[in-house]
Design a binder for this molecule. Structure first.
Ligand code: NAP
Length: 191
C-alpha cells in the first residue's frame, strides 16, 4: 500500500446485478475462487512482518466468515456489535482482536497516531450498514468493488457509489469463472 494512502481506510465488497451482496447470511452467488484470492490478498497484504491489516466487520459478517479468512496472521480483526453479551463471547474468540460498538470507534482506533506503527492498512468488510457509513465517511479513500454480471436473490445490498464523491479509476476486463462473469472495479475519493 502506498504510504501516501495512509491515514484513511478502504472498502472491500462484491455485489451482483441489483446491488445484492448477501442472502440468508451468505454470499448470494456460488463461490468465485479468483475473487476470493483477490480479496484475501488485498485485505491482508503487509510489506513488513511486524505490521497488520485491520479488517473491520459487523457481527453477522464475522459469523458468516470462514476460518481460513478469520485466522490470517497478518490481519487484526475488529468486530462491531452493540450487544454486551455478544461482546463478551466475541472477546473469547482467539481470532477476534478487538470488539467495538460503532464503525466510527473502529476507524478512530485503527487510524490513531499511537496505533499507526502496528497497522499498515485498514479495511471495512461489511455488512450493509457499515458499507453505507463507510461511503459517507470522509476518510474512506478507496472502494474495491467486484461486480458480478448476473442477478441473484439478495436481502442485503451494497449502497450506490456517489459519482461526485468517488471516481472509477480502475476497471478490469470481464473475468469468467465457472460460467460466472465479473469485473474488478476500484473507485477513489475525489472530494
Ligand atoms: N458481498 C460482500 O462483499 C459482503 C461483505 C460482507 C457481508 N456480506 C453479506 O452480508 C450479510 C451480512 O451483513 P449484514 O448487513 O446483514 O450484517 P452486519 O453488518 O455484518 O452485522 C450486523 C450487526 O452489526 C451490529 N450493528 C449494526 N448496526 C450497528 C451500529 N450502528 N452500531 C453498532 N453495531 C451495529 C449488530 O450486531 P449485534 O446484533 O451483535 O448488536 C448487527 O446485528 C451476509 O449475507 C454476508 O454474506 C457480503
Amino acid at each position: 500500500m502506498d504510504k501516501g494512502d495512509y491515514p484513511g481506510f478502504y472498502v472491500m465488497a462484491a455485489m451482483c446485478q441489483g446491488r445484492g451482496m448477501g442472502y440468508k447470511s451468505h454470499i448470494p452467488w456460488p463461490p468465485i475462487k479468483e475473487d476470493y484470492y483477490y480479496y484475501m490478498e488485498l485485505t491482508s497484504r503487509v510489506t513488513s512482518l511486524d505490521k497488520k491489516c485491520v479488517n473491520i466487520q459487523g457481527r453477522k459478517t464475522w459469523e458468516g466468515t470462514g476460518s481460513q479468512q478469520k485466522q490470517r496472521k497478518s490481519v487484526y480483526n475488529i468486530v462491531i456489535t452493540r450487544d454486551e453479551g455478544r461482546r463478551e463471547e466475541l472477546l473469547k474468540d482467539p481470532d477476534v482482536n478487538n470488539v467495538m460498538t460503532s464503525l466510527d470507534d473502529a476507524i478512530e482506533f485503527s487510524l490513531a497516531l499511537e496505533n499507526r506503527d502496528q497497522f499498515e492498512s485498514v479495511w471495512v468488510m461489511g455488512g450493509q450498514i457499515f458499507f453505507e457509513e463507510s461511503l459517507r465517511h470522509p476518510l474512506c479513500k478507496r472502494i474495491y468493488l467486484t461486480e458480478i454480471l448476473q442477478h441473484f436473490p439478495a436481502d442485503t445490498f451494497f449502497p450506490p457509489v456517489d459519482e461526485e464523491t468517488y471516481k472509477e479509476v480502475s476497471h478490469s476486463t470481464v473475468q469468467e469463472s465457472k460460467g460466472l462473469k465479473f469485473i474488478y472495479k476500484i473507485y477513489e475519493r475525489i472530494k
